[in-house]
Design a protein around this ligand. Structure first.
Ligand code: HSE
Length: 409
């Protein structure tokens, strides 16, 4: 089978290097040679060892009957979506690492793959090297999936780990993540939770069988997390993590969110540090499955891309049955309808009045302490309640201005 790669950036060049350097291994794994024929890129690749394969015209790929699989690692929606759709309609399987495209247009691409009896696979789009998508679609096929939660952005987990364990500033940690090649081109997508939200939308679409759009998922990033919050988290025996979560509620609606959260240090997820990701997937037969591994980086993500290429070569047609229904309204619950506890930090005008009112407002309040806190700082964790009611109640505490509110899992 011959393969084309569209986009030779970080992940694309990683995929190209595996295709070029591991030919024998790949052939042995799928029972036939897997040969890279074209690399489509607007950049000049003539100084690269595989530069002779570079082309600039997608028509060459579309019209070449030898090409059976096309890898899309360009990122973004334009022109990646049109190119992928054209490849599927030309009878070629498509493998992508492009989470934005799958999150926004996955239903259309899956329908096109089904109509053309070819594969559309996107293991590399969520959690880098962790084999998660095929696990959810195929290996957990006996289950009604009931939910998942996890850490799905390596850059923010790396930043939070550096801030909390090494007291490194946010900016220094972000710069380091960019140098190490984890961060998105525009780091806003990482630090504001946009990248994690796209991945959550993809997993929710798989888990619940209907396309969930990123804009439907309430999303908060990590830019407001401070070292003061980290110190209070330590007093609560918790870590602060950017958590991606979705679950089916008793009324059948789906709750989904991306937000920073206090996570008990006694859980596996709290111990996921650096660029690593982890996801706990829950199914009605299996219970909970915990998947852990490198969530970003050139080689780890290219490993997932090539795993999909091999599956496409082996299957040749749409036999992995990846599919979800097109988007419809009303799948997700209203924002704030879920049950949660909140960590709150703020400043009191009158400590005693504020503390008394906090005790009267929330069930089973736990006050927290940290070294060198200003005399008027108060931090506490509420008991459980409906999220929107708790947020409203925080805003109504007299003599108290909240500076930080973080969900507690
Ligand atoms: N910027 C992403 C991350 C890359 O840090 O997780 C992998 O999707």
């Amino acid at each position: 089978m011959k393969v084309a790669v569209m986009g030779c950036g970080t992940v694309g060049s990683g995929a190209v290097e595996i295709l070029e350097n591991k030919k024998e291994l790949l052939a042995a794994k799928c029972g036939e040679p897997v040969e890279l024929k074209y690399i489509l890129d607007i950049r000049d690749l003539s100084d690269r060892p595989y530069g002779k394969k570079a082309v600039k015209d997608i028509g060459l790929i579309l019209n070449d009957p030898e090409i059976g699989v096309v890898v899309e690692t360009m990122g973004g929606l334009k022109p990646a979506f049109d190119f992928c759709l054209q490849c599927l309609n030309a009878g070629k399987s498509v493998v992508t690492s492009n989470k934005e495209m799958v999150a926004v247009k996955g239903d259309e691409l899956l329908a096109a793959a089904r109509a053309n009896n070819v594969c559309f696979a996107f293991e590399a789009a969520v959690c880098g090297g962790i084999p998660l998508i095929r696990t959810m679609f195929s290996d957990l096929g006996a289950n009604r999936l009931t939910g998942f939660d996890g850490i799905m952005n390596g850059t923010t987990n790396f930043i939070l780990t550096k801030m909390i364990k090494e007291k490194m500033s946010f900016d220094t940690a972000l710069k380091l993540a960019q140098e190490l090649g984890f961060a998105e081109k525009d780091p806003t997508a990482d630090v504001e939770g946009i990248d994690a939200c796209r991945k959550t939308a993809i997993l929710a679409s798989i888990a619940f069988g209907t396309h969930v759009l990123p804009e439907e998922i309430p999303t908060e990033g990590i830019t407001r997390i401070t070292l003061e919050d980290a110190a209070y988290a330590a007093d609560a025996n918790a870590e602060i993590k950017l958590i991606c979560k979705a679950e089916r509620l008793p009324d059948g609606k789906v709750y989904a969110a991306v937000c920073p959260a206090f996570v008990s240090r006694n859980t596996m997820i709290a111990n996921v540090s650096g660029v690593n990701n982890a996801v706990a997937v829950r199914g009605d037969s299996v219970g909970e499955v915990f998947l852990y591994g490198p969530g970003a980086g050139k080689e780890a993500t290219a490993s997932a891309v090539i795993g999909d290429v091999l599956a496409c070569v082996r299957l040749k047609k749409n036999e992995d049955h990846y599919y979800w229904e097109p988007h419809r309204e009303g799948v997700l619950c209203e924002k704030g309808e879920n049950t949660v506890s909140l960590y709150v930090r703020g400043y009191a005008k009158h400590m005693e009045t504020a503390a008394r009112e906090i005790r009267e407002t929330f069930d089973s309040v736990r006050f927290l302490s940290r070294d060198n806190a200003p005399a008027n700082e108060l931090a506490f964790i509420t008991g459980k309640g409906k999220e929107k009611d708790l947020f409203e109640a925080v805003g109504e505490i007299r003599d108290f201005a909240s500076a930080s509110v973080i969900r507690v899992l």
